[in-house]
Design a protein around this ligand. Structure first.
Ligand SMILES: [Zn+2]
Length: 318
């Protein structure tokens, strides 16, 4: 592991812990002491920006409308959309102190003693954003009927949270997804999703990644969730692009999701012609793509193949 410093060639297939340690040793990931919660060092900041910009250039043809939201959203949106029921194990809610001075003193002494102080905290009306598209739908519904020809929203590189502490450097608790959302008629929305799936596969292939496209399912909770996942696969509602990062399994770095009328039923999204809007979204896992590139090409992007650098940093001349 000591030989895995910046510029060193990694010898795949790496184990998750090996890659994590190499990223930390090279200052690419900044450890916080909590599994799955890291900062970005300078190499990561620059690479992250380059991957995000690459998606921006690929999306330019769409003329998408840009939106950005905070990393917390109204808790009610997760309740309405069924997220809490389907993903109780991943959901994070915001709790805060709401007591008087005596309660604050009690809380303070519990903290000082290293005791459990959760009893003095109460649930707020905020939750952590689990997927960047969630805040988009109610905002669009409030506008009234949407163009029948459809609408594309670029929800940007949003900070999202999933409560799954892990030692896998490609599975963080807090990370960024670059999501683009499409609303419109059923067939057009699914065609859009499939176009982007193929476009994204080509884009990642240009970066030297060995891409495989697979039908996928969301990580629904419990036994009832297994049935939902099976049905999702059978209906080909979700596709993922998988690339090698660490042994033994490939890692999903992008997903392409058709929701049917789910969000229309929740929020009342309708088209100008009076029919319910269908929706789809795609998400690029930005940290995952960066880590896949670092695992593939080595920890020093300055020494990556010229054709890969030209895709990520066009016009840099090197
Ligand atoms: Zn989404």
């Amino acid at each position: 592991v000591s030989s895995l410093t910046a510029g060193a060639t990694l010898a795949p297939p790496l184990q998750q812990g090996e890659l994590h340690d190499a990223l930390v040793a090279a200052g690419i990931y900044l450890e916080t002491g909590v599994p799955g919660l890291v900062g970005h060092g300078q190499v990561m900041v620059r690479l992250f920006r380059a991957v995000d910009d690459l998606v921006t250039r690929a999306a330019a043809v769409e003329g998408a409308e840009a939106m950005a939201f905070p990393p917390v959203l109204p808790r009610r949106l997760l309740e309405l959309g069924g997220y809490v029921g389907s993903f109780p194990h991943l959901t994070g809610t915001v709790w805060a102190f709401q007591g008087d001075e005596a309660a604050a003193r009690r809380q303070s002494s519990l903290v000082a003693a290293g005791d459990d102080w959760s009893g003095s905290q109460a649930m707020t009306d905020l939750a952590l954003v689990p997927a960047a598209c969630h805040p988009v739908y109610p905002v669009l519904a409030a506008r009234g009927p949407l163009p029948t020809a459809g609408l594309t929203i670029d929800a940007g590189a949003a900070n999202v949270f999933r409560h799954e502490p892990s030692g896998d450097p490609a599975r963080l608790q807090c990370f960024h997804t670059r999501e683009i959302v499409r609303l419109g008629a059923a067939a057009a929305v699914v065609a859009w999703r499939d176009t982007w799936r193929d476009r994204a596969g080509a884009l990642l292939t240009c970066l030297g990644l060995d891409v495989r496209t697979e039908r996928a399912s969301d990580p629904f909770f419990g036994r009832a969730g297994q049935m939902l996942a099976t049905s999702q696969r059978e209906q080909a509602l979700k596709f993922e692009l998988l690339v090698p990062v660490t042994a033994p399994e490939r890692t999903a770095v992008a997903s392409f999701n058709a929701h049917g009328q789910h969000f229309s039923e929740v929020y009342g999204l309708v088209l100008d012609d009076g029919t319910p809007a269908h929706t789809a979204c795609l998400g690029f896992g930005l940290e995952r793509i960066c880590v896949a590139l670092l695992a593939r090409h080595g920890l020093s992007p300055a020494q990556w193949p010229a054709d890969v650098r030209a895709v990520l940093w066009p016009g840099s001349g090197r």
